[in-house]
Each structure stands twice: as structure tokens, then as C-alpha cells.
Design a protein around this ligand. Structure first.
Ligand code: NA7
Length: 537
């Protein structure tokens, strides 16, 4: 069914994670001949790689699942309100097989380069097995938080114990019982690891560079009745999540901060603190992201709550951020995380006082001492937004390199296309809700659909290629800056929500803070107008 006999396939999908699997399904439904490449040996993307102890999603039941198939939804059962990694990986494997996708995925094959030939309107995609194939459309579903940051510390390779990044966790696990363990990083991942392994290890050294706020996760078992109720409520829930700021169906409308008095504010925050979800982040007040006074108020509330849980006030000072508002970085959920520091076998190493200088065979050298370790866990995060894409050498029209262009000035059109790169599409890329501020399955479904619509438009109209015009891209970037920079996210330069250029300098805010409804309106209008503002050849 290859529409263009001149190419090996119609579309290439890169990555078999949450978005890639759906993308493959969507493009196959258009009748296209699709080849998917997956660098690892299984499906699931981040849910395949992040096998570290305590790994679970921060989106509460029933939000973190595909919304494109009623059938899949109605047969899916979950055991916990915040499902753990194995359950989500199993779910994605089930979806893969249910929709017959596995046979179209080439596993253990990494895409290394992609070059666009303008004369033929085709992409040549090269893989690490030395092969290449040609395709009309190229879709990068390679993930926004999937390229792990490598250890920057001198001597890291000389460490004689076990060391690994949380996103490259071995399938057989790592022996931690009774070991002296160091964890570097105290964000969403580090927090999950630390609270989980502290009772198991003999001694835990936590290497913290920037303190983070975190809020409680309440994670009860999901009952059969709750599963049935969610299954029966699919249509309504789907309508709701696609029309909320971050892809969650919360009950009730949040009040404007200024419309509440002191008692109402406290009651609201107490209620959300007790609820144990991400709602307290951005959902406490309607203007939580935009109103500095509200941000300040919520920050002080969270600060007091956390402080009360840490026995040693000096330790509390070190664990509590003073340099940013609550919610201006990605808020992690935690279960007993702060109490972990009340344990005798847990030590906080404050890297602002004693930075890591090097690693040797026996452990970590800080500026003031040597810490003996058997295991070093890197919870140091990812090259956010662009990392996985930039690891592919992509050249578009006129041999322009995407990586070079992005390093100079990061830009996309609605986070899914880039001017100068016809027929190239991406999900989870910068300047869309899916880049950071969203329950990802909701955003991903929307992006996968839009990409499907764009490809269908070219395909069914007998056209060759589509790309946004420079003006369309500039307009989107201006809109992004206008709605995102003035928010509290824009106020924080120290977060993966900001692009880090190759020279280490801080660049654009990649998190689009306009919310899903506003984003969808723009994207839907592009489709409805027959892709006005796009160059269709
Ligand atoms: P993050 O959020 O990027 O956090 C990485 C953590 O590692 C953070 O605490 C960093 O400190 C720390 N880090 C990174 N590099 C270093 C070095 N060189 N030295 C010391 N500490 C370092 O990654 P996560 O995996 O926790 O979470 C990523 C997202 O995945 C998460 O937001 C969810 O959406 C899922 P820093 O704050 O930069 O000072």
C-alpha cells in the first residue's frame, strides 16, 4: 500500500513509547505503510527504561491512559491510584498487541540521522545497524524526557562500585540491601528513589544541588467499583480532560485568589494538600500561575507543611527552597520523603556548601571530604525537550541542521513542526502543553491526532510536503512568549522548563503555559482552515 512507489515506506515513526505507539496506530489507520524504530528491546519508552525503585506516575487514576480507544479504556483495570512503572509498562505492551502494532516496530534499532531531499520530497533515515530507508513523512515520538544526562563528574568511569542513571536502570535491578548508596539529584525521580530505598540500604547519602518543593501523594488501591465507575464514565471524562488546562478532570472550579478570604484560602489549600494529587500545583486558584501574590501565598503554605515534618530545623532550612516559588519548577509528588531525613541512616549532602569535585574508585569527593559508596545512583534528569531529537543528525531543506538552528534559537510551530523541515513532525517537543505542563496521555493523543491530520491532508490531496511558514512559526513563538513568560514558570531560570544550550547558557522557556484549550483551539483552526499559514507543495 505504498502510496509513493519511490520511497521504502510512507512514514517512519521514531520511538515506541506512549506517543509512538499511538502514532503508529493512527498512521496505519490512514492506510499508510509505516515503519517504527525503537532503540531498546521493548515498547513503553520511559516506562520501559525507568525501572528504578519507586518509579510511578504522578498523574492520578484514571487520567494516565490512552483516550483514543473506548474499547481499550473499558477493559483497562488499574490497581493503584498512582500506578507504578511495571503496571504502566504492561498496559502499553497490552495496547501494542491489542492494536497489532508490534510487527511494525524494528527493535534494538536507533535512528542516527535523517536527511531531507527537497527535489523528491523525501527523507532518508539512517539507523545504527548501518542501513537506511526513504520515507515521505518522519515523525519523532522520541520523548521529551528520554535522553539521560550523562555524569559530568571527573573520574566517574573509575568508580569500582555499581553506578547507573535512573533512566538506564538494569532489568535485573541493582543490589541495594545493606549497601552504602549515594543518590545525586532531588527532583521528581530522586525523591521517588530516596523515599523508597532509605529503609533498605545501610547508609544513604543524598546529594542535593537545588532544594525542591514536593507535595504528598495519596496512593490507595483502586477498587473494582472504582474501575467500573471510570470505565462507565469514559465519554464524559474524555470531554472534560481535553478541555482543562493540564488534562485532569478535577471536581469544581477553582476560585480566583483575590476572591477568597484568609479562611477560604487555608481551607482550600488544606483540602488539596490532603487530596494528595498534583491539583495543589496550579489548580488551587484559577490564577495560580499568573498572580504573584497567590504564588507567594501557596509557597508559604507548602513551606510550613514541609517544615513541620522535618525534626531538625537546620536540615529543614537546607531542604526548603528559598530561591523560587512553589510550582515554578515541576512539582514532584512524595510519600514520606521529608520524613526520610529524620532517619539515622540518611544524610543530606548540600552541594551548595560542598560541591562534588570528582568521583574515584571508592566514592564521591566533595570540596570538603570523601564519601565512601558501594552504589551511585544518578537521578540527574534529562536533556529536556530537545535531547532525544538532537541526538539524531537531522538536516532539512538546504542542508540546514536542526540541532544547529535550535542551538541558536529554539523554535517550533505548536511544538510539532519546524519551518525549514518539511514533513517532519514531533511530539513532546518544546512550546506545547505536552512539553511540560500536562497529563501527558491527553496532550500526546491530541498531538498524535494533529500530526495524523496534517499527514492525511498532504496524502489525500496528492501533495508532496507540508511545513509551517516562517511567519506562522514566528507568530506561534510570539504567542508562546506572551502567555508563558509572564507566569511564575517564566520567573524561574533554574528548571528543565528552560532550554539549556550546548554552551550551558540558559535559553527559551520550553513549557507552554497557555493550557490545553487555548492550544487546541490554535491547532484545530490550522486543520479546519486547510493548513493556512503552512507551505504545502
Ligand atoms: P530533573 O527534574 O531534571 O532533576 C534532576 C535532578 O538532578 C535535580 O535535582 C538536579 O539539580 C540534579 N542534578 C542534575 N545535574 C546535577 C549535577 N551535575 N550535580 C548535582 N545535581 C544535579 O529530572 P528528574 O528525573 O527528577 O525528573 C524529570 C521529569 O521526569 C520530571 O519532572 C517528571 O516530569 C518526569 P538542579 O535542580 O538542577 O540543581
Amino acid at each position: 500500500t505504498n502510496a509513493s512507489a519511490a520511497t521504502d515506506c510512507d512514514a517512519v515513526v521514531v520511538g515506541a513509547g506512549l506517543a509512538g505507539l499511538h502514532q503508529l496506530y493512527r498512521l496505519r489507520r490512514l492506510g499508510l505503510n509505516v515503519v517504527a524504530f525503537e532503540a531498546s528491546d521493548g515498547v513503553g519508552g520511559v516506562w520501559h527504561h525507568n525501572r528504578y525503585p519507586g518509579a510511578r506516575v504522578d498523574s492520578h487514576f484514571p487520567h494516565y491512559q490512552y483516550w483514543f480507544s473506548r474499547d481499550l479504556w473499558e477493559e483497562s483495570e488499574w490497581t493503584e491510584r498512582f500506578p507504578a512503572q511495571p503496571e504502566i509498562e504492561a498496559y502499553l505492551n497490552h495496547a501494542c498487541d491489542k492494536f497489532g502494532l508490534r510487527e511494525h516496530i524494528r527493535f534494538n534499532t536507533k535512528v542516527t540521522a535523517a536527511h531531507y531531499d527537497e527535489a523528491s520530497g523525501t527523507w532518508t533515515v539512517s539507523t545504527d545497524d548501518g542501513k537506511s530507508l526513504t520515507t515521505r513523512f518522519l515523525v519523532l515520538n522520541s520523548g521529551g524526557l528520554s535522553a539521560p544526562r550523562q555524569s559530568p563528574f571527573p573520574g566517574a568511569g573509575t568508580f569500582r562500585g555499581v553506578s547507573c542513571h535512573t533512566a538506564s536502570w538494569p532489568k535485573d535491578g541493582v543490589e541495594l540491601a545493606g549497601k552504602r548508596v549515594g543518590v545525586i539529584g532531588t527532583a521528581a525521580t530522586g525523591i521517588q528513589v530516596i523515599q523508597t530505598i532509605a529503609p533498605i540500604v545501610s547508609h544513604l547519602s543524598v546529594f542535593q544541588r537545588t532544594p525542591n518543593f514536593a507535595v504528598p501523594m495519596k496512593n490507595p488501591k483502586i477498587t473494582p467499583e472504582q474501575n467500573s465507575a471510570a470505565q462507565a464514565d469514559f465519554e464524559r471524562l474524555r470531554g472534560v480532560v481535553h478541555n482543562t488546562f493540564g488534562g485532569f478532570a478535577y471536581e469544581g472550579e477553582p476560585p480566583m485568589f483575590d476572591d477568597t478570604d484568609e479562611a477560604e484560602r487555608q481551607a482550600r489549600l488544606e483540602e488539596l494538600w490532603a487530596a494528595g494529587t498534583l491539583q495543589i500545583w496550579g489548580g488551587a486558584f484559577a490564577d495560580a500561575f499568573a498572580n504573584a501574590e497567590a504564588s507567594h501565598y501557596v509557597t508559604e503554605f507548602v513551606r510550613a507543611k514541609i517544615r513541620a515534618r522535618i525534626n531538625d530545623p537546620k536540615l529543614a532550612d537546607k531542604l526548603l527552597p528559598t530561591d523560587h516559588y512553589f510550582g515554578s519548577r515541576r512539582v514532584p509528588l512524595e510519600t514520606g520523603y521529608f520524613e526520610t531525613y529524620n532517619r539515622d541512616n540518611v544524610e543530606l549532602v548540600d552541594l551548595r556548601e560542598e560541591p562534588i569535585v570528582s568521583i574515584d574508585a571508592a566514592g564521591i569527593n566533595t570540596a570538603t571530604r570523601h564519601i565512601d559508596l558501594d552504589v551511585i545512583i544518578y537521578a540527574t534528569g534529562f536533556e529536556a525537550g530537545v535531547g532525544a531529537i538532537n541526538r539524531i543528525a537531522i538536516t532539512g531543506r538546504d542542508h540546514r541542521s536542526l540541532r544547529d538552528e535550535w542551538n541558536k534559537a529554539l523554535r517550533t510551530t505548536v511544538g510539532m513542526q519546524v519551518h525549514g523541515f518539511p514533513n517532519l513532525f514531533m511530539t513532546m517537543a518544546p512550546f506545547a502543553p505536552a512539553s511540560a505542563l500536562c497529563n501527558l496521555p491527553v496532550c500526546a493523543d491530541h498531538q498524535v491526532d494533529w500530526i495524523g491530520d496534517a499527514i492525511a491532508y498532504v496524502h489525500t490531496n496528492g501533495k508532496t510536503s507540508i511545513e509551517p511558514s516562517a511567519e506562522t512559526e514566528a507568530a506561534w513563538m510570539a504567542h508562546h512568549v506572551e502567555v508563558s513568560e509572564p507566569t511564575m514558570l517564566g520567573s524561574n531560570k533554574n528548571s528543565w522548563y528552560r532550554h539549556k544550550r550546548e554552551d550551558g547558557s540558559i535559553g527559551e522557556l520550553i513549557a507552554y503555559a497557555g493550557g490545553i484549550p487555548q492550544y487546541r483551539e490554535t491547532c484545530d483552526a490550522m486543520v479546519a482552515s486547510g493548513f493556512k499559514g503552512f507551505i504545502v507543495r
